[in-house]
Every structure is written in structure tokens, then in C-alpha cells.
Design a protein around this ligand. Structure first.
Ligand SMILES: C[S@@+](CC[C@H](N)C(=O)[O-])C[C@H]1O[C@@H](n2cnc3c(N)ncnc32)[C@H](O)[C@@H]1O
Length: 248
């Protein structure tokens, strides 16, 4: 039963993800990924599967994997100031709202059992989190200063399939070399390095994924009204040679 207070809190919150939390109760998020879910190559059912969502924000992917039957851990940080920033742009103060506020509200309404862990992917290790059959990391690496360290951590946490969904630089794909564009001084969303599609594949391999398969490329649409934009995305699956049978 969704009472008026919960509806009011949903309406007042500024959401990153559009999610249907109950019949007719939909968050108005900046990103509506629902039409693109089939591109990520998740199994229809994930019963008995342990899954990790890296950089969950409001939890769209964590709740989607839970809906398919997985036992899910979701990682994120709570304050923008703790994210990677070029020094000239780093916020000096902590914001009033923790990033996990929307996740907590959605978690309550969905009656979810996803465990949200406040931890940077840089500090996430199998010693305290264990390992996972599926690891999904969407639109996180593109914002990180050390993409390869994050990928190395993901590889150590993943005993099955890694689903990577990241923006890539289309123009650089014309070059026959694995290259990234340095973007730290632009004044939009923080991006230090924007790899070409080929470079992302090589980076997954460098981090320890022996088989890297491209599942999709598509334009992700975001925003609303006059402030809409598209982000070119590539979905890769990374699998280690020692991955359990059944990994795609
Ligand atoms: C652009 S959002 C993507 C949200 C979601 N993964 C998706 O695919 O829609 C990036 C998320 O990564 C988180 N993030 C950034 N740096 C991180 C880090 N070092 N460790 C864990 N999460 C991080 C941010 O707080 C934010 O929730």
C-alpha cells in the first residue's frame, strides 16, 4: 500500500533514474533506461545468482537484477565531493542530499533486499564483498580518473560475466589504434578520458577479461523538454577464461 506521504516524497525527490516503483508510480528521472534494458544481455532469470551493480545511483540496475531473481549488492558513494574531480573543479562543500536518498526511497517502496554498500570501486575487494556471477557497471568508468584500476577491481570481483555500458568517442574509432581523448578541462559532466570503442575493449582485456564481446551500440537518450541529449553507448561483456560454465 503506497500512502500519500510516500507519493509526496517520490514526487519531491530529484531522480536520476526513471523507474516504476508500483503500478502507476513512476519516478521522473533524468535517464529512462527501460527501453534499452534488452541491449545489455542480462539473463531473463537470475535465480541463485550473486550480482554486483557498480555506481548504482537510484538503483535502476540493482533492482532490475533483483527482479530477475538475483541476490544483489549495489555500490556507490554518497557525496559528489567524494567522486573523482579535476582539482580546479572539485566542490569545496558536501551537498545536503546524499546520493543514496533516492535509492533508499525506492528500496522501501519496492520492498527490496538489495544491499547498498557505500564504497568506491577503487576500494572494493573480494575480501570484504566476496565474488559475483554477474557484475554490471554502467556509465561509471567514463567519469573516473583511473579507469584501469576500477576495471582491475571489477575483474577481481567477477567470477562470471562483466557487463560494461560506457560512452565512447565515435570519431577516434576512425583511427586504427586504441586511443582516448583527454577531456578533463571541459566544463560539462566530468570526463577525464573518453576512449574509443576499440580502446574500451582493449582495456577490459588488459584488466583480466580474456574474452570481450560487443553486445550492442546505441544512443542513450536523456533529459526532458528542451534539455535533452544523447550519449553514444557500447555494451561489452567481459569473461575470464576461468569463468564458471554457463557464463555467456
Ligand atoms: C552516471 S551515474 C550512472 C548510474 C547507473 N550506473 C546507470 O547505469 O544508470 C554514475 C554513478 O557512479 C557513481 N560513482 C562515481 N564514482 C564512483 C566510484 N569511484 N565508485 C563507485 N561509484 C562511483 C556515481 O555516484 C553515480 O551514482
Amino acid at each position: 500500500m503506497i500512502d500519500d506521504d510516500l507519493r509526496r516524497r517520490v514526487a519531491q525527490h530529484r531522480w536520476y533514474h526513471t523507474m516504476e516503483l508500483a503500478p502507476g508510480l513512476v519516478t521522473h528521472g533524468w535517464f529512462d533506461l527501460r527501453a534499452d534494458v534488452h541491449r545489455y544481455g542480462l539473463p531473463e532469470r537470475m535465480d541463485g545468482v550473486r550480482a554486483l551493480d557498480v555506481g548504482t545511483w537510484d538503483g535502476f540496475w540493482a533492482f532490475e537484477m533483483e527482479r530477475r531473481g538475483a541476490q544483489v549488492v549495489a555500490l556507490d558513494l554518497d557525496y559528489e565531493r567524494e567522486l573523482d574531480w579535476p582539482p580546479r573543479r572539485r566542490p569545496t562543500a558536501y551537498s545536503a542530499d546524499p546520493r543514496g536518498a533516492g535509492f533508499a526511497l525506492a528500496h522501501e517502496i519496492l520492498g527490496s533486499r538489495v544491499e547498498r554498500v557505500v564504497r568506491s570501486i577503487y576500494d572494493a575487494t573480494p575480501d570484504d564483498l566476496g565474488t559475483f556471477d554477474w557484475v554490471l557497471c554502467g556509465s561509471v568508468l567514463i567519469h573516473l580518473r583511473d579507469q584501469l584500476l576500477a576495471l582491475e577491481r571489477i575483474a577481481s570481483l567477477c567470477r562470471g560475466t562483466f557487463v560494461s555500458a560506457e560512452e565512447y568517442h565515435r570519431g577516434l574509432g576512425l583511427l586504427p589504434l586504441p586511443v582516448s581523448r583527454y577531456q578533463a578541462d571541459r566544463d560539462r559532466a566530468v570526463v577525464f578520458w573518453q576512449p574509443s570503442a576499440r580502446t574500451w575493449r582493449r582495456m577490459l582485456w588488459s584488466a583480466g577479461f580474456d574474452r570481450v564481446e560487443r553486445r550492442a551500440r546505441f544512443d542513450m537518450h536523456a533529459g526532458e523538454g528542451e534539455r535533452t541529449f544523447t550519449v553514444r553507448h557500447q555494451i561489452l561483456h567481459g569473461i575470464k577464461a576461468a569463468a564458471a560454465p554457463g557464463a555467456t
